[in-house]
Ligand binder design. Structure first.
Ligand SMILES: [Zn+2]
Length: 280
């Protein structure tokens, strides 16, 4: 009996050593990471517009493409420092067609997609932060990003919205588009033009990315509220808006999209929410 027990102990110890050895090998770490579906490790950052596509509306003083790239690069630095693998759809002032941006995002598994934009409107008073998502599995990410960005901004909270923007509709991974304020609003444009505010925006987006798995539904949030739990944000579903109403509500974006279409064929603004062919 004792001898058998000894043998068993020896076997157990060698088994433990084998497990530990396997556990520390890169292969084991990779397989563990890929199994860990709840925690994507690649963040694909998409700086809106670029190159000949300035973004915003015609005649807009502050170029949206410059603001989005700067926030995207700051976000990249923050997330890289937090241990994320970061991929940029653009890292300079170049035009990248939307299908290319989507293809980049879809080429990664265990990843999330974060599009950075600034808003614009003909009415100077229009302002605020809004965050868009499309697929249901992007809601947590949208909730978390919006919670931090809207919470940390001096601008009003325009809410989380569900809409079929091309880059959200076509991506296979959780994807959000955050509109970091209106560049046509003098106050928000002044903020956006300071490096410290763009750094703050990047920090809030990064906090949302880190906190995306802490988003809890209303019930859960009240029951097991911790300092880290982020309430699920209510959202406005704009995917069912009739075409005519939709066009009217997004007139400024539509106009800029139309203008872009006439000036350059490949540019489909992120605002092209209503697909010509819903299946495309
Ligand atoms: Zn934009």
């Amino acid at each position: 009996m004792p001898r058998n027990f000894c043998r068993f102990r020896l076997f157990a110890v060698s088994l433990l050593i084998a497990i530990l050895a396997c556990g520390s090998s890169p292969a084991a770490q990779t397989s563990r990471a890929s199994q860990n579906i709840g925690s994507p490790t690649t963040v694909v950052i998409d700086a809106g517009h670029g190159g000949h596509d300035r973004g915003g509306i015609p005649g807009q003083r502050v170029a949206e493409k410059e603001m989005t790239l700067d926030v995207a690069q700051r976000l990249r630095n923050l997330l890289t420092a937090s241990g994320y693998r970061v991929v940029m759809t653009r890292d300079s002032d170049v035009f990248v067609p939307l299908p290319t941006r989507v293809a980049i995002a879809n080429s990664y598994r265990n990843a999330i997609f974060v599009c950075i934009h600034f808003n614009s409107a003909r009415r100077m008073g229009a302002g605020g932060i809004e965050t868009y998502f499309y697929s249901r599995d992007s809601l947590q990410l949208a909730s978390a990003v919006h919670y931090f960005v809207a919470g940390g901004a001096p601008s009003s909270n325009r809410g989380v919205r569900r809409r079929g923007y091309y880059v959200l509709r076509k991506t296979n991974i959780p994807a959000v588009l955050v509109e970091c304020g209106f560049l046509t609003n003098p106050t928000e444009a002044a903020y956006a033009q300071t490096a410290s505010y763009r750094q703050k925006l990047a920090e809030e987006i990064a906090a949302g990315v880190r906190g995306r798995n802490s988003v809890a539904g209303a019930l859960t949030a009240t029951r097991v509220a911790t300092s880290e739990s982020i309430p699920l944000q209510p959202y406005i579903d704009q995917t069912k808006v009739a075409k005519s109403e939709h066009r009217q509500s997004k007139r400024s974006h539509k106009k800029s999209a139309r203008k872009k279409k006439s000036s350059s064929k490949p540019t489909e603004s992120e605002a092209s929410a209503v697909p010509k062919n819903p299946e495309s």
